[in-house]
Design a protein around this ligand. Sequence first.
Ligand code: ADP
Length: 345
Amino acid sequence: MSTERILSLIGALPVPVLVIGPDDRIRATNAALEALLGSGLIGKHHITALRQPAVIDAIAAVRKSGTTASVRFVNRERDKDNVYQVVVALADPDVVLSFEDQTAAEDIGKMRRDFVANVSHELRTPLTALLGFIETLSGAARDDAVARARFLGIMAHEANRMTRLVDELLTLSRVEEEERVRPRDQVDLGALLASVIKGLEPQAAAADVTVDLVLKANPLYVIGDAGQLTQVFSNLVENGIKYGASGKVLVVTLEEPANHLRLRGQGVQISVADKGDGIAAHHIARLTERFYRVDSHRSREVGGTGLGLAIVKHIINRHRGRLLIESELGQGTTVSVYLPMASLS
Ligand code: ADP
């Protein structure tokens, strides 16, 4: 087959392909391969282009045996290692290499492993504490009524933490499952915010925080999932109370509908603003990652699981809205939710 014909055939393929002639020099490549390894490879010895010993050995082995081989090929692209599975096949007298991108599959595998490791770690800490107290109560502190009462209190706290973690994990998986289902309820946003704030009154009072609700438009109806939107604003108001308590006040504002660039159209903005300690800029982009916490000790102390904002983000995605976190150290934090009008009508 002429080189022109080979070039035209592999040029039509979306996967990177490299053809090595009988003289071990590169005979043909396609655009996908040039995007991967660079252009100007034709005529070069394949060792200069490929460099990785596993691939070079596989080429020699395939030439010798005539059977197909499959090897891993790691390529550094823009500060990230991308992983390919390279199939080396003999098309006598040439050897053909095709590259299958495995990066996404490997990333998903890594995310799953990280997730399991995180969940196990989060559960292990309270479990270890519980086991320690059970041992103490059945031994040394068996007849000590004061210690017993204190330890039981701590045990209840730890058990509650595990329950909350499991509940939030279940919520997260339910929310993810429904992410592509369009919400259908008519939701009165002002009433929803008022009821969220009422539900959190005891918590606000305990932290000595006043929660103000400012409704610039009322009533304001949107189409959404009432239960999920309640969850979003509960999480945000709760965070404001937990982490912004030093500022004493929390202001929840429902703005009038307006044209928002962020939504590329009409929408409503709801913001939850505290005057607490704020969050350093480099943390902000990562807050919606599962288990990401600025200060995990403090989060655990106030009963946090690190899943609240991940849940918020998924629910807002389902509503085709946007989440914006603005914060300044020492000044406070404002979390804004933008919900589009278009998908809500
Ligand atoms: P958690 O269960 O730990 O509260 P979230 O996902 O709700 O988890 O929040 C992630 C982290 O973001 C928190 O641990 C906290 O460090 C930070 N954070 C969230 N809201 C605020 C806020 N209003 N002020 C300061 N930090 C906040």
